[in-house]
Write a protein that binds this ligand. Structure first.
Ligand code: PMV
Length: 353
């Protein structure tokens, strides 16, 4: 590869968050998942990241990074981003001769409790891969570009690997899916009933507080979790079963697995050494209410949880009228400041410039 003497420019990418249906929880270095996972890519909850770059072959000891979040300096974010980008020099050698000015903003409030690492790290990875093409004078075909961006995003935050694809993405080796990989996610909607591409995800903000135990620590605690090996086997089974359910339009099995995965994730936290709990009283109240409504009405509406107290209310578009009426009458008052962020399965990242 022959690099130019100098180059400069800027790129801007928007990349969405995602919500896992089968969860990634537990990893080995560096960011290799202990089990495969699958998620819906969202739409309205996204990060937009602009990167201005200046490459100068005379410059040493880079990358030199300036980072702003919504126009402000954010030392904690900046530190994580600098550490992450520094680890990419072995993939992108030009980075050590670069100045990067990175500006990032979220479409959702930072203090809403929505995990932003998936959207943030995927937007950054897409931008860096775009710059790589320019500086290295390459034009990867789309599939290769996205696999590379997914691989880079994974190294920043595991779940971010799945955000680079539209609709649904799976990440992590599975014996039945020969295209699957631990290094990058793949888009996965093969044979799925179209109903699953219409899913809503209403994110009920139960608490906007910073989590008492971060995901990084949560993953680490899986190393001594007495249920770890059973969990990894269950995730492999659930992944195969949820794919089959989405192909067969088997809503009941889909919903059973999605809720089992959410409950298992939080059960694993409670059973860690030391144990901890991220659900709040209103999380449980909402879960009970959703289950009662479903039992009485037979309407396919389910919940899932991230590593936090907030509820993701999942339902296909054809029942949105009934579910939204229930949501307004029974769920909204359980949310912090009555906040619910309405989202849905989306089309994946967008290049803005
Ligand atoms: O990507 P991380 O390290 O923040 O881990 C995310 C883990 C879960 O959100 C709980 C599950 C998942 O698969 O997204």
């Amino acid at each position: 590869m022959i690099l130019p003497a100098n180059d400069s420019g800027s790129v801007t990418w928007q990349s969405p968050s995602n919500i896992a249906l089968v969860k990634y929880w537990g990893k080995i270095p560096v960011q290799i998942p202990q089990n495969p996972s699958i998620s819906f890519t969202l739409s309205n909850a996204y990060t937009e990241t602009s990167i201005q770059y200046r490459y100068d072959h005379m410059l040493k000891d880079g990358p030199h990074i300036d980072f702003r979040f919504e126009g402000q300096e954010k030392p904690a974010f900046a530190k994580r981003i600098k550490q992450f980008v520094a680890t990419l020099i072995s993939s992108f050698t030009w980075l050590s001769h670069c100045h990067l000015h990175i500006d990032s903003s979220n479409s959702f409030p930072h203090s809403s409790g929505i995990a932003s690492s998936a959207s943030a790290m995927s937007a950054l990875a897409l931008g860096l891969c775009d710059i790589a093409q320019k500086i290295e004078g390459k034009a990867w075909e789309e599939k290769r570009f996205l696999a590379k961006a997914s691989d880079i995003a994974r190294q920043g935050s595991g779940s971010a690997s799945r955000s680079v694809y539209p609709h649904l993405a799976m990440w992590g080796l599975h014996k039945d899916l020969k295209e699957s990989s631990n290094e990058y996610a793949i888009p996965y909607t093969k044979g799925f009933h179209p109903r699953f591409l219409t899913f809503h995800d209403d994110i009920m903000i139960i608490s906007p507080k910073e989590k008492s135990v971060s995901s990084t620590v949560g993953h680490q605690l899986m190393e001594n979790n007495p249920y770890a090996s059973t969990r990894y086997a269950q995730a492999n089974e659930n992944l195969a079963a949820i794919i089959q359910a989405m192909q067969a339009n088997d809503m009941d099995t889909f919903g059973r697995i999605v809720e089992e995965e959410a409950m298992t994730l939080h059960a694993l936290m409670m059973a860690s050494r030391p144990g901890y709990m991220l659900m709040e009283p209103n999380t449980i109240e909402a879960i009970n209410s959703i289950r009662s409504f479903r039992a009485e009405s037979n309407i396919p509406v389910y919940f899932t949880l991230d590593a936090g107290p907030n509820i993701h209310l999942l339902y296909p578009d054809d029942v949105s009228g009934e579910v939204q009426a229930f949501r307004e009458s029974s769920l909204r008052t359980l949310c912090y400041n009555n906040t619910i962020i309405e989202d849905h399965v989306g089309k994946g990242p967008k290049k803005i410039s």
